[in-house]
Ligand binder design. Structure first.
Ligand code: SF4
Length: 716
């Protein structure tokens, strides 16, 4: 690659679901610098600490640069032939469900598309699931139950237009910092904007909240079911909207009304006064956005939480209107793009449903595929259990580190170690997962590959390469396509460029779609390499012709569509009768604590690290913010268990233990602990937190309950 000092490449941050635009430049001496893209509609030039340190994380130290078979260097042909022949042989001997792909929200949409196509259309199994299952599967399930489709109705602009923002289980200040900054800036202009934080912890986000409801873990269903009852009792319903655009209201309200305020207070740990103040504020503020994230999704009642929130918005007609709506913010950079191409075990590509025979036939027809998965595959937790009990005999893990990030991580590690054939394609040579692979395939990293990602407001942006591929690394889509060819499916995997993959994905979204499905980017079906290179960020749906020309208010990039495309403003949804569905919910309170494990451990993120630190761990600057793993504990609990501030403590669950530093703080809720998920044994002596978490899942979405783990603490 020639170095052009004057040229900045427009790309997108690879961390969270805000999806900020980044300008990256390679200087004559090879030094890379990054800055926020002032023209990108997600961030308008802002970057958070992680995004601004991207240049510090892209060295080749620790990179996997060549294919390896059983710890020896191999050629690509030998490695790919072995992957293809072993998968083919396993399928021939044991059937298509004996193989599986476990993929990642770090993959680009093009990577996801090719992997999903190979597994669902050509292997004929739906055993492809993703670490996004750990991130937002409950939102997907809640959207589909209420709207008939996995649709985020609103846009980031709604956060600035709202008069009330309710943040539920979301530490936006640390986990989606640029959205937080946009809200702070909007409130400086409109100080009357109110912010309510619903979170067991007094996180940094609480510092801008007018009201912090320190809710009991998993009290959210009761909180929002109680709110629905309150809206009914206080004449705060939009009855015309309910009648015209929804079904199931009477039953949902009847069930909610069984819950009196005292019961809600008991279930949430909040006072009746706190509940009354929140409920009256919600009822009185028509421009309300409810933002929710992992505190909602990572729960054994995650889908019910999502629907309890959506119920309240439907009851007040606050969906898809400027400054109003339920709003799921995704943790990963491309959790949304993965959903769009069906990169989950229970979805088909282009938001079609695997349970729908018409959808299956349509996708198979489009792909001219020899097969199509007939039923949902194994979701993440089930998938590793199937690896453990031998049902899955060949596993390909792409761009993720489940040995550290899956719940019950020790059991997952044991399963992978015992699996007869494990392929890992990754950027790094020796993560805790890569170590156990029989075949290691070097993948291209951020800055080296081209593709697209979709952020939390449905905006598709390009990631662009500005560095040469190191060693023999290849983009993930190409690696999977090469295996597809070697398995005998050459024609279907003959894409020469990521633009060809994107064009096919766009064509499928528009295929036999006359507005019957939400996801449609058919306007891009004919995009060529040049158009793909120039692709400016756009929101879906985009079924019609691409708007040509420059739109300065959008930042001046060619091909921009208007910002702030909202869904459901007309009250039409994607259910068969086009009406949104209220979901009847009855809150249940689950006790997981016991005399041996009397505390509830909540897991999450810190500001400056990402997932298992494979990228951010390279930056000394990011590691300075918080240098070691810790556990937050309330002063009263610290006293009860004889813990002093900064003591080294052992936190244990029935599955395992970690040694971390105690941080005694009244920000923590009494009876609960909080510890970050990032540290692995690579970065700390014994800090691998997911060795403690349980494989307990939401029964609808399959998302693990990573925020509610029975635990105990003792001084080490
Ligand atoms: Fe990257 Fe998210 Fe930070 Fe934006 S807010 S710079 S997308 S980590």
């Amino acid at each position: 690659m020639e170095i052009d000092e004057a040229r900045e490449v427009r790309t997108t941050c690879p961390y969270c679901g805000v999806g900020c635009g980044v300008l990256a430049k390679v200087a004559a001496d090879g030094q890379v610098s990054v800055r926020g893209d002032p023209d990108h509609p997600a961030n308008f030039g802002r970057l958070c600490s992680k995004g601004s340190a991207l240049a510090e994380t892209i060295d080749l130290d620790g990179r996997l640069l060549y294919p390896e078979i059983h710890d020896r260097r191999a050629g690509w042909d030998e490695a790919l032939d072995l992957v293809a022949s072993t998968f083919s042989q396993t399928i021939a001997e044991h059937g298509p469900d004996a193989v599986a792909f476990y993929v990642s929200g770090q993959l680009l949409t093009e990577d996801y598309y090719v992997a999903n196509k190979l597994m669902k259309g050509f292997v004929g199994s739906a055993n492809i699931d993703t670490n996004s299952r750990l991130c937002m599967a409950s939102s997907v399930a809640g959207h589909r139950r209420a709207f008939g489709s996995d649709t985020v109705p609103g846009t980031y602009e709604d956060l600035e237009l709202a008069d009330l923002i309710v943040l539920v289980g979301s530490n936006l200040a640390w986990c989606h910092p640029v959205l937080y900054q946009r809200i702070v800036a909007a409130r400086e202009k409109r100080p009357e904007m109110k912010i309510v934080l619903v979170d067991p912890r007094r996180t940094m986000t609480a510092d801008i909240a007018d009201m912090h409801l320190a809710i009991a873990p998993d009290g959210d269903v009761a909180l929002f079911t109680g709110l629905l009852a309150y809206l009914g009792q206080h004449n705060a319903l939009d009855r015309a909207y309910i009648t015209a655009h929804t079904t199931g209201f009477g039953q949902a309200l009847f069930a909610a009304s069984a819950l009196d305020l005292a019961s809600v207070a008991a279930a949430t740990g909040l006072t009746e006064d706190e509940l009354g103040r929140f409920y009256s504020l919600f009822a009185a503020t028509s421009k309300t956005v409810t933002v929710y994230s992992q505190g909602v999704n990572q729960s054994s009642s995650g889908t019910d939480k999502v629907n309890a929130i959506i119920n309240c918005h439907l009851a007040t007609g606050r969906v898809g209107r400027p400054g109003a709506g339920p709003f799921s913010v995704t943790g990963q950079p491309n959790a949304m793009g993965g959903r769009e191409v069906g990169g989950m075990a229970n979805m088909l590509a282009a938001h079609m449903e695997i349970e729908n025979p018409e959808h299956r036939k349509r996708v198979q027809r489009f792909w001219t595929a020899p097969a199509i998965a007939e039923r949902p595959g194994l979701k993440a937790v089930e998938m590793f259990q199937a690896v453990a009990d031998g049902r899955i005999k060949a596993l390909w893990i792409m761009a993720t580190n489940p040995v550290d990030s899956m719940p019950d991580a020790d059991a997952v590690e044991a399963a992978i170690k015992a699996c007869p054939f494990v392929v890992v394609s990754d950027v790094l040579a020796r993560t805790d997962t890569v170590r156990h692979a029989h075949i290691r395939l070097p993948a291209a990293a951020w800055g080296e590959k081209d593709g697209t990602v979709t952020n939390s407001e449905r905006r598709i942006s390009r990631q662009r390469a500005f560095l040469d591929l190191p060693g023999e690394a290849r983009p993930d889509w190409q690696i999977v396509a090469e295996v597809g060819k070697r398995m005998g499916f050459g024609e279907a995997f003959s894409h020469a460029t990521p633009s060809e993959v994107f064009a096919e994905h766009a064509a499928l979204s528009g295929f036999e779609n006359d507005g019957a499905r939400d996801f449609d980017i058919g306007a891009y079906a004919g995009v060529d390499a040049e158009g793909y290179e120039e692709l400016a960020p756009f929101q879906w749906p985009a079924p019609g012709p691409v708007q040509a020309g420059r739109q300065p208010e959008e930042g001046g990039q060619a091909g921009h569509r208007p910002s702030s495309i909202r869904f459901f403003a007309d009250g039409n949804f994607y259910t068969p009768d086009r009406k949104a569905r209220f979901i009847t919910i009855r809150p249940t309170v689950e006790t997981r604590t016991s005399p041996d494990y009397p505390l509830i451990l909540n897991t999450g993120r810190i500001r400056d690290h990402w997932h298992t630190m494979t990228r951010t761990g390279k930056s000394p600057r990011l590691s300075q913010h918080i240098a070691e793993p810790f556990v937050e504990i309330h002063p009263a609990d610290a006293q009860r268990f004889g813990i002093g501030d900064a003591d080294i403590v052992r936190v244990s669950s029935p599955r395992g233990d970690v040694l971390v530093r105690a941080l005694v703080t009244a920000r923590q809720r009494q009876g609960s602990l909080f510890a970050p998920m990032h540290w692995t044994d690579q970065f700390s002596a014994k800090g691998r937190l997911d060795a403690l978490t349980a494989p307990l899942i939401d029964p609808v979405s399959g998302q693990p309950a990573l925020k509610h783990v029975a635990a105990r603490i003792e001084k080490f």
